[in-house]
Design a protein around this ligand. Structure first.
Ligand code: P6P
Length: 323
């Protein structure tokens, strides 16, 4: 029996029709990213078979071991953006600098993390691709609040595509039978409260006191939270987006600005979570209001269900510790 489905392309076009004077360029850009995501997904699925596993024997600008899939994903997305004719320029977490595309009349600027969580590749754990889209501006380093869209691909048991535009967060699942993403989670709203907290607690001894007190509080109270950690922001944030809870990658004694990059990870994920009805927090501020000081600026980040982020904020502001 035929089941009514909406493919990503159909959805994007239907959204475009709602916008007065839409040029169609944004729809084309999302569809370009859709193509790139599906190609990366096919390579991720085959990573164990094709000799593209393992490090390429060089390091990226953060001295992270660059995995072959990282490099493939970075090159593919870069070429997709160049050939789209829609993009003024782009920057990748894997690249030192911004690339202005020659002779482009494109309106958009794209920041992307081509393969987030790449240390999970060799152990068959979930990884993803994150992107953040702005209108081009004289100022390359725009605040996250200026994003026109943000999204991610999650290469897991299913391949998921989440994107936020026009204030709504919509989720799609790749149907391998038809080779297209189909709408499976329309207009996602994050639950007010969720059962999990997500943090790499191996850094516990390095955290400031207020974080250690917060962690003790959420584990010792009558309804303790459960810890889940995928070591890939896309997977951890997707869980929080669907089930609620709180994601933390805060500052510590060694990583004083945290680890996650503002432009490639924090801004897109905070944009998505906030538009899904959650909230995000970074040392007393809204990360989306932070003016980036460099392409690769890192920022501590806490995001998730509004009530649970608010509870964390009390510990940051050294208020009454949860009494
Ligand atoms: P740690 C992956 O390397 C990543 O950039 C994010 O996807 C993830 O949340 C974080 O780093 C994991 O970092 O220090 O726990 O290994």
């Amino acid at each position: 029996m035929y089941r009514q489905i909406t493919t990503l392309s159909e959805f994007v076009l239907s959204e475009e029709k709602k916008i007065k004077n839409a040029t169609g360029n944004f729809s084309l850009l999302i569809n370009s990213l859709d193509n790139a995501g599906r190609i990366i997904a096919s390579h991720v699925k085959r990573a164990g078979l094709v000799d593209i596993l393992g490090p390429v024997g060089k390091k990226n600008i953060f001295a992270d071991e660059v995995q072959k899939l990282d490099e493939f994903a970075d090159l593919l997305i870069a070429e997709t953006l160049r050939s789209s004719g829609l993009v003024h320029g782009f920057a990748s977490e894997e690249r030192e600098s911004f690339e202005k595309i020659k002779n482009s009349h494109g309106d958009y600027v794209v920041f992307f993390d081509p393969l987030d969580g790449s240390s999970n590749i060799d152990v068959n754990m979930s990884i993803g691709t994150i992107f953040s889209i702005y209108k081009k501006s004289n100022n390359l380093l725009q605040k996250g609040i200026s994003q026109v869209a943000a999204g991610f691909f999650l290469y897991g048991p299913s391949v998921i595509f989440i994107y936020c535009a026009g204030g709504k967060v919509n989720g799609f699942t790749l149907d391998p039978e038809i080779g297209s993403f189909v709408l499976t989670n329309p207009n996602i709203k994050i639950p007010l409260v969720g059962p999990t907290y997500t943090i790499n607690e191996s850094y516990y001894s390095r955290y400031p006191e207020y974080i250690r007190k917060y962690l003790s509080h959420i584990k010792e109270r009558s309804a303790p939270l459960t810890q889940r950690y995928a070591a890939a922001m896309v997977a951890d944030v997707y869980r929080i987006l669907l089930k609620g809870g709180i994601f933390l990658y805060p500052e510590d004694r060694i990583q004083k600005e945290g680890k996650l990059r503002l432009l490639y990870e924090v801004n897109p994920m905070a944009y998505i979570i906030n538009h899904a009805g959650g909230s995000s927090f970074s040392q007393g501020s809204n990360p989306l209001e932070m003016t980036p000081t460099s392409l690769h600026m890192r920022l501590p980040i806490v995001l998730g269900s509004k009530s649970q982020v608010a509870e964390f904020e009390k510990f940051y502001h050294n208020e009454n510790y949860g009494h």
